[in-house]
Ligand binder design. Structure first.
Ligand SMILES: O=C(O)CCC(=O)C(=O)O
Ligand SMILES: [Fe+2]
Length: 281
């Protein structure tokens, strides 16, 4: 099975239909050339200061990420273009509105994470991002909408993400095999959109000197613990100056589980985002 490629100008219903059917879809032109160049400029210095050889919190994590990839996280704290354009991208918004919003009061950013894969880097283990929440895999709805943005061109040789189309419908304990995976070959500015249950992995970089720069951006239901600790990644001093939609995506709005009345993320029994608006926080 191949990955289907659509354009950012395709009707959103078509993008959603392929995403739900195949578990993944490539959308070309997700970022226009100017936005892409600006975003890359905003993260260049911080990314090049990162050493590929770095510590991780566990051996499993270390094996998963390897020692030949530069990582940059907390992107909302670093890039105005990420906050103004990427987080609020209409394709993300429309897909999350359709797939996540029916199952929560609001959805949130789960993770923003740049991967610059250097030559010699091995492919990642095939995995499903949604297994961060292993207890929820049998729920009959989506818990995560994810993407990898191509910040440079993705080729089969430089580490294009490997994806197993259709794997989102497989039993979650089925053994995953690279022979079923296809590389998400795409030009810079394109996005690979995929679901939390879709099996995938970063590919190996077999080139002499090409860097493959991609960014994982994902959203999850508002009542879940997010993969990145967004309150530490983008602290209150910064968040106070962001628009309310961005504050909400970063987890600063309490999750009101009406009609039960149970609320999550409250502060002194009040909603942090309202306190920020009133300059009381
Ligand atoms: O960078 C990529 O191509 C994929 C990274 C990924 O899947 C992950 O870390 O969860
Ligand atoms: Fe992943």
């Amino acid at each position: 099975m191949r990955l289907q490629t659509l354009s950012a100008a395709s009707p959103i219903a078509e993008i959603q239909a392929v995403l739900e059917e195949q578990g993944a879809v490539i959308v070309e032109g997700f970022l226009d050339t100017e936005t892409l160049a600006r975003f890359n400029r905003e993260v260049d210095a911080a990314l090049s200061a990162e050493a590929p050889n770095r510590p991780f919190m566990s051996d499993v994590y270390s094996h998963f990420f390897g020692q030949k990839t530069r990582h940059l996280t907390a992107i909302a704290a670093r890039s105005p273009t990420f906050r103004d354009r990427l987080l609020l991208h209409p394709i993300y918004r429309q897909l999350c509105d359709a797939l996540l919003l029916p199952y929560c009061a609001h959805y949130q950013l789960n993770y923003s994470h740049i991967f610059e894969i250097c030559p010699g880097s091995q492919r990642q283990p095939l995995h499903r991002d949604g297994l961060c929440w292993p207890q929820l895999q049998e729920l009959p709805y989506e818990i995560e909408v994810a993407s990898i943005l191509a910040l440079t061109e993705f080729t089969a040789d430089n580490g294009a993400t490997l994806v197993i189309p259709g794997s989102h419908r497989w039993p979650m304990d089925r053994v995953l095999d690279y022979k079923d995976a296809v590389p998400a070959v795409m030009p810079a500015g394109a996005a690979l959109l995929y679901l939390g249950r879709t099996a995938h992995a970063a590919g190996s970089n077999r080139t002499d000197g090409e860097l493959r720069r991609g960014m994982h951006v994902s959203f999850c239901l508002g009542w879940l613990r997010t993969e990145e600790n967004n309150y530490l990644a983008t602290p209150l001093e910064q968040v106070r100056n962001f628009p309310p939609e961005v504050q909400q995506l970063l987890g600063y709005r309490a999750h009101d589980a009406a009609p039960t009345g149970g609320c999550l993320g409250v502060y002194n029994m009040l909603d942090p985002i309202e306190l920020i608006a009133r300059r009381e926080l």
